[in-house]
Design a protein around this ligand. Structure first.
Ligand code: NAD
Length: 332
């Protein structure tokens, strides 16, 4: 079976493809070939993929390019859709690319999936679609209440994907995951931004009072959950995915400073992000009970390994940080 993975030159999609291609990792119908469709925006890098693997085909292209999408979807048994504009700060600066890629791109893929009778379509959404949750945790039944243009565009694509199941019977499955961390995350998001800034002797900018709270999950645990949803999930079903590690940005900053042997004199408190959601939290008991989902990475050792990866792979992040400069302050 050929599986089409969109956006897999980016952080999470590339980790998913590495997992798929690792010997014996695929749990469902045999994955014999993986086709990656990625536009290689500022966030995508071919260094994230092993292009020497004969089972992997890389196609540089846009998910909004209907003829290209039609051709690739026609050759695919299943689709796992990661491609998106993913950085909240960029969506505040300009929402154009977010609406185009996240909404129109998803619709282009869904239409092609329908035309070609694709067997399964996994849509990778986010916990940010629920909006800020002051207390408790969002369940899959909760209404969506996104606040940033990024979250609104993801909510639109999430609902559009589900509508193709309800209206057309397409086998769509949706994941809504919390903040990811791990190697190969573009150095504009808080963990790699702070680590690489501290390595180079720069200060780090902390938004507002630093008390916004996020739930953290290692990228490999997210990918394992996506694979569970692809292979064992149910059509039309939404699955929240949590890391169970809730930290304020202040607490996270303290951990990153400690990892780098730095102190609080390196932190600059900066004006808060517009419309900054205070807290995200999802209840993932459905994924746990129905799919047996359990995160494997412990946060302390996962963060230590992430620190070591950025310390040892300067050649990966240095050019990207130069290219990505000037937008936002990195909080996820
Ligand atoms: P990323 O920004 O690292 O990667 C996105 C990839 O999509 C890049 O390789 C980019 O080149 C590609 N892309 C962008 N526009 C495209 C287009 N028009 N056509 C084809 N390719 C295009 O993002 P990520 O952090 O890996 O996130 C992947 C998915 O997971 C996204 O859908 C995001 O909303 C979702 N998600 C992310 C997180 C997180 O913490 N990073 C959490 C939950 C959900």
């Amino acid at each position: 079976m050929n599986i089409l993975v969109t956006g897999a030159a980016g952080f999470i999609g590339s980790s998913y493809v590495r997992m798929l291609l690792a010997a014996g990792a695929a749990r469902g119908p045999e994955v014999s070939r993986v086709t990656v469709l990625d536009k290689l925006t500022y966030a995508g890098s071919l260094d994230n993929l092993d292009l020497t693997d004969p089972r992997l085909t890389f196609v540089r292209g846009d998910i909004c390019d209907a003829p290209l999408v039609d051709r690739l979807v026609g050759q695919a048994g299943q689709i796992v859709h990661f491609a998106a504009e993913s950085h909240v700060d960029r969506s505040i600066a300009s929402a154009d690319a977010f609406v185009r890629t996240n909404v129109t791109g998803t619709q282009t893929l869904l239409d092609a999936a329908l035309r070609h009778g694709v067997e399964r379509f996994v849509h990778v959404s986010t916990d940010e679609v629920y909006g800020s949750v002051e207390s408790g945790s969002s369940t899959e039944q909760d209404p969506l209440d996104p606040n940033s243009p990024y979250a609104a565009s993801k909510a639109a694509s999430d609902l559009l994907a589900l509508s193709y199941h309800r209206t057309h019977g397409l086998d769509v499955r949706v994941t809504r995951c919390c903040n990811n961390y791990g190697p190969r995350q573009f150095p504009e998001k808080i963990i790699p931004l702070f680590l690489t800034s501290l390595f180079d002797g720069h200060d780090v900018p902390l938004y507002g009072d630093g008390l916004n709270r996020r739930d953290w999950l290692h990228v490999e645990d997210h990918c394992a959950a996506v694979e569970l949803v692809r292979t064992a999930g149910a059509p039309g079903r939404v699955y929240n995915i949590s890391g169970g590690v809730e930290l304020s940005n202040h607490e996270l900053t303290g951990r990153l400073l400690a990892a780098c042997g730095a102190d609080w004199s390196r932190v600059r408190y900066v004006a808060d992000r517009k419309g900054h959601d205070r807290r995200y939290s999802v209840d993932d008991s459905r994924a746990r009970t129905e799919l047996g989902y359990r995160p494997r990475h412990d946060f302390t050792s996962g963060l230590a390994a992430t620190f070591a990866w950025y310390r040892d792979n300067r050649q990966w992040w240095e050019p990207l940080r130069e290219a990505g400069k000037g937008v936002g302050r990195g909080v996820g």
